[in-house]
Design a protein around this ligand. Sequence first.
Ligand SMILES: [Zn+2]
Length: 285
Amino acid sequence: MEKAAISSYKALVARYGTPISDKLFHELRDYAMKRGIKLSGFKDFVGDIQTIKIVIDDICQIAEDFPRILDEKVGIWLELDYNLGTDFATTEAGHIIHLNGGYFSNIEVLEEEYDSAVAEGRFVSDTNWRSISRHEVGHVVAYAYSIDPLEVAKEIMKTGSSVQVRYRIGKELSLYAAEYEDGREFISESFSGYYSGTDNAIATEFVKRCLEKMNERQVNRMKSYSEAMYWRTNEKWFVINIEKDRFELTKAAPPRAIESFRMYLRQNDLPDNPIPINYGEDVMV
Ligand SMILES: [Zn+2]
């Protein structure tokens, strides 16, 4: 095991160069950690840490719009990977972004390869190498927010036809976007185009629709949260039972307050009280 590890380290040095110093590695790791991003494999990084700092900043820019991608539950991992073959990057398990060590260690080669792919129409026009991480973050957003890209595309194009959607996406967004018929690359290529500041109409509409969807869901969640406290909006609707250390509803509570109180109990994993409780005169409030 150890021998293999040493020889693979030697092979790494021979092929790509000497990895960054501990000092630079710690600087990079701290930079990522402060922004809620975990790193893996970067002790073997042989390039300029500024490149990875830019990747981190670009992820954070998208997280301002889609904060859940940096939540503890999702939490983006950046992993340096020298075994990605010709892929610039991939996303594993919804939130682990692998960056190709061979490319990201050598920005000139990365730029050249990416630009030639754009010239062939494979990636969104007017994007550059920084779109690679934006593309991958699109996959993380789909995962974190359970977005079905094919559905979003049908909505913005106002059609129920999958083949029409795939045709327009390939023509107007990028060829790569249309490579998989399930639409998984629609969202990533849209994020690539939108967050790189291109004026691609599909990318813009796609991301705006994702933002709308997210906000709609947040409004729903906020509504259910405040609804759980509706019963507290009128002092006559509830009492404090000090002995049992709990709130209890009075007969004055209307049905909506009763429903709301049940929601509150459920949220706090409390048993459903007999509602409303019939109180005598001696109730302490
Ligand atoms: Zn992708």
